[in-house]
Design a protein around this ligand. Structure first.
Ligand code: SF4
Ligand code: SF4
Length: 234
């Protein structure tokens, strides 16, 4: 049985959830909800959220401040002053389960960062490594709802093929998303237009062979987007 069975899901409360652009495009398609309803930009001046993996985006309203794109946090319905992921479905505490239980409301469509927890890719890039999990997820807030994994994880709890595939995929998609960020950050615009920018980038991810030969800019959709928003503003 997975350690997550019957857990109060401290991981989905304690941590920001950084996503890839590919996660967002797939989630809005599968959930039939615009990404504007479930994304959040977290200020990340110390890189604690990006962890040298997720890209930083910059925006017109705060030109010097790096942001990491994450799932939206909400206030818990069960615990005062506790946050949770927008998609976490909570069940109230019982005598047996004083922290209640909680499940992901979009388990089949959850983003890659949720799928890979608690593993990382080995140095060879061929194996999944189970990494250590601290007892508590929020050093600055001792609330027990932010406690993690009361049952320890074993390697047998991780599905071996899917785990490695998801790790390879997040590595690849984060690399592409960092390239998207580098292009956006050359001409930062407002947060309100960022979702449309992202949709345009991913709509243009498949190109004819002839266009690939002529293409000098790695992400030409970004140039098109910048021109379109500038001419709308003029
Ligand atoms: S998407 Fe699901 S698994 Fe990921 S943090 Fe939110 S509730 Fe948890
Ligand atoms: S805190 Fe640990 S056991 Fe609980 S849901 Fe998260 S990963 Fe699973």
């Amino acid at each position: 049985m997975s350690p997550c069975q019957g857990c109060h899901s401290g991981c989905c409360r304690a941590f920001a959830v950084p996503v890839t652009g590919a996660d967002l495009i797939q989630m809005e398609h599968q959930l039939r909800q615009p990404m504007e309803s479930f994304i959040h930009r977290w200020e990340d001046p110390n890189g604690m959220i990006a962890c040298e993996t997720a890209p930083h985006f910059y925006f017109e309203d705060q030109p010097g401040l790096p942001y990491t794109i994450c799932l939206k946090p909400e206030v818990s319905a069960t615990f005062r002053n506790v946050t949770r992921c927008h998609f976490l479905v909570e069940q109230p505490p019982t005598p047996d389960r004083p922290l209640g239980t909680a499940q992901c409301g979009i388990y089949g469509q959850r983003p890659l960062v949720c799928r890979i927890f608690p593993t990382k890719l080995s140095e060879t890039g061929m194996l999944a490594e189970l990494h250590g999990i601290p007892e508590h997820g929020r050093p600055s807030d001792p609330h027990p709802a932010y406690g993690l994994c009361s049952t320890p994880w074993n390697v047998a709890d991780v599905e071996p093929v899917a785990a490695v595939q998801d790790l390879v995929l997040i590595h690849f998609e984060m690399k592409f998303f960092r390239q998207v960020a580098a292009s956006w950050n050359r001409r930062p615009q407002s947060w309100s237009v960022w979702p449309d920018f992202l949709r345009l980038v991913y709509q243009n991810r498949v190109i004819p062979e002839t266009a690939a030969q002529e293409c000098e800019e790695p992400l030409p959709a970004i140039l098109k987007f910048s021109e379109a928003t500038r001419s709308r503003a003029a």
